[in-house]
Design a protein around this ligand. Sequence first.
Ligand code: FPP
Length: 242
Amino acid sequence: MPEAQGPLGKAEHVAIIMDGNGRWAKARAKPRLYGHQAGAKRVREIVEACPQLGVRYLTVFAFSTENWRRTQTEVAGLMKLFKKYILSEAKKLVEAGVCVRFIGDRLRLEPRLVQLMDELEEMTSENSLVNLTIAINYGGRDEVARASRRMAKDVARGTLNPDSVNEQTLARYLDTYVLPDPDLVIRTSGEARISNFLLWQSAYSEYEFVKTLWPDFTVTDFEEIIATFGARERRFGGLLAS
Ligand code: FPP
């Protein structure tokens, strides 16, 4: 269980479901990929705003285990965009003190993309000002299933006692094992769903659903949400000290 906090919570870890790129492009009579490109630009601005807002961890949902169901053109375009993003942003991320990690199942991703992801993680591993986690081919249920598989293998080889397995044990096998749980999860575009994002980790997170489409989401929107969050009471199932 997380420790009880005071009434004014700090959004140390913010997770974002960046939704609405397709609708944003459609409103401009452009292909969906145009919206994803505009969305990628917003990521940079939000990452840059994190230090002054006290956000040390930012996790963004870039591609879900369900997104493979989109057209081949859109999937291929997104994969290309991820590679382009890594190549064009790497130097800036290193200089800005950002430590980048990727979560999700890499097995289905093309080798060149996985190579770039590994290299960016390595290049930024000494940084700690902001921890940016990018979820690619990520699904919360898939993550728990993969973690359970690895745990079962350790039990089978005798390095894990099944009777010792508790919440902390499972958390150590998740992709997010180095991250604190998110304090706040934001979803843009007016949809009020969590879509398989950080299912285990967001058990006690606050949610904020905003109508703005992701390519229109500004640093000011982000600041306002963080400020509102600071005024919320978080009880983690317990009571606030009076
Ligand atoms: C959801 O909008 C968005 C995605 C599936 C892709 C998210 C990707 C980016 C923001 C760009 C790349 C990010 C990085 C980190 C480089 P949607 O397509 O479902 O929009 P819609 O609901 O309006 O159709």
